[in-house]
Structures are given as C-alpha cells and as structure tokens.
Design a protein around this ligand. Structure first.
Ligand code: CA
Length: 227
C-alpha cells in the first residue's frame, strides 16, 4: 500500500492525545513520528521529510505551535500543517491559518474526523501538479500551476497561498459554475471556520491583482465561474 510510506509528524505535549492521533493514523497506514515540543518536532521534520505536520498550538518550551507554522511556511515543496487547538484559542487558530496552516481541529475532536481531514489535505496537496494543466492563459494573464505563479504581462503577481489555491482550483474547473460552498470545500476544506464571504474576499483580491483579462464571472445565485 502506497500510503505506508507517507510520513506524518505529530507535535503535541499531551501524550494521551498524541498517542490517540498516532494510533488512528497508523491504523490507516501512515508512518507516524511523535514529538512533544516544537524544537524536537522541527528536528524530526528536517530529518524525516514528512508529508504533513500536525501541531498543537500550546506547547512547552520557547516555541509554540504558531512558531512551528511560521518556520514551516513558504517551504518548497509546501509542507501542509494541521493545527490542534483548544476551544478558546480562536485568535491563535486564525493566526495559525494566516501563517499558512491548512486546517485545524478543535479539542476535543474525534480521531475519525482528524483522519478524514488529513486525507483531505493530502489529496489537495497532491492534486494540483497532477490534475491541472501546467499553464493556463487568459489574455495577458498566465496561471502557472507547476510554478505556483500568476503572471500579468509576463510580470509575476504576488498572491497569498489561498489566493493562488483558489485560482488554481478555478482553473482546474474551468467553465463550471461553482457555488461558494464548493469553493470552500475544494480550497479550504470542509467545516471552514469562516463563512462564504471568505470566498468573496479572495475573489475580490484575485480580480484586483490580476485585472479584467481574468474571465472570473459572478454567477448570480450560484457563485463564480472561470472562463
Ligand atoms: Ca498542549
């Protein structure tokens, strides 16, 4: 089974939670390595090159889970991060997502839900290069999924991670009217903490940054369509 080789690092100081998460992931065929503080977790990441990191926000020592997100942001190839957070940690959770974490679960969580989210993140992080055309062009706008770049008139336009993810998802589904919920599910994953206006905000950013050559249409009563 191919998933046997997929390594996940779990950074969590509560051993009951860490062991439970590890047990469920192993049952699903993942190789799981556990660390109980940020420093040793980051060492594991460098050494083992996992496909995903699961990190608790509240960790002992000098670095917390948000520092881990900071350290792992912007890596190439991207390393997805799933945050574990306490129920009253909403500000930290949002900060973690802004720092580039892919998703979160709130304690107490069901291990089954966590595993489902892990699969969803891995699916998302695996598909863009495989499924999408390497380069799509709309007038002066070029979307290069391989390089994760958007260019207008040959100039690279800086996009936030989620903005590019949304753009790439629209390109993959070119010509289809997609509801805001479908876009949330496809780009952010199910049970996103925000609401559908999150999509509107990102669409507005894409239009502003990429200009009118990008054929990103509002489909009234539905959502958005590219092309
Ligand atoms: Ca903790």
């Amino acid at each position: 089974m191919a998933s046997n080789e997929v390594c996940i690092v779990v950074i969590e100081d509560d051993h009951n939670i860490s062991d439970l998460v590890a047990m469920y992931l192993r049952r699903d065929g993942f190789r799981v390595l556990q660390a109980d503080d940020a420093e040793s977790g980051l060492v594991l990441v460098e050494r083992e090159r996992p496909r995903l990191v699961i990190v608790d926000i509240g960790l002992p020592g000098e670095l917390d889970g948000l520092d881990v997100c900071r350290r792992l942001a912007g890596r190439a190839p991207a390393l997805p991060v799933l945050i574990l957070s306490a129920r009253d940690d909403e500000v930290d959770r949002i900060l973690g997502l802004e720092l580039g974490a892919d998703d979160y679960v709130t304690k107490p969580f069901s291990a089954r839900e966590l595993v489902a989210r892990v699969h969803a993140i891995l699916r998302r992080s695996a598909t863009p290069s495989a499924a999408a055309p390497a380069v799509a062009q709309y007038g002066s706008v070029v979307v290069d999924s391989g390089r994760r770049e958007a260019r207008v008139d040959h100039e690279v336009v800086p996009l936030a991670t989620r903005e590019f993810d949304l753009l790439a998802f629209l390109v993959e589904n070119e010509g289809l009217a997609l509801s805001r919920q479908q876009l949330l599910d496809g780009v952010w994953g199910h049970h996103w903490y925000g609401d559908e206006r999150t999509v509107d905000v990102h669409v507005r950013q894409l239009r502003k940054k990429l200009g009118t050559d990008l054929p990103l249409a509002t489909v009234w009563g539905v959502g958005y369509r590219l092309g």
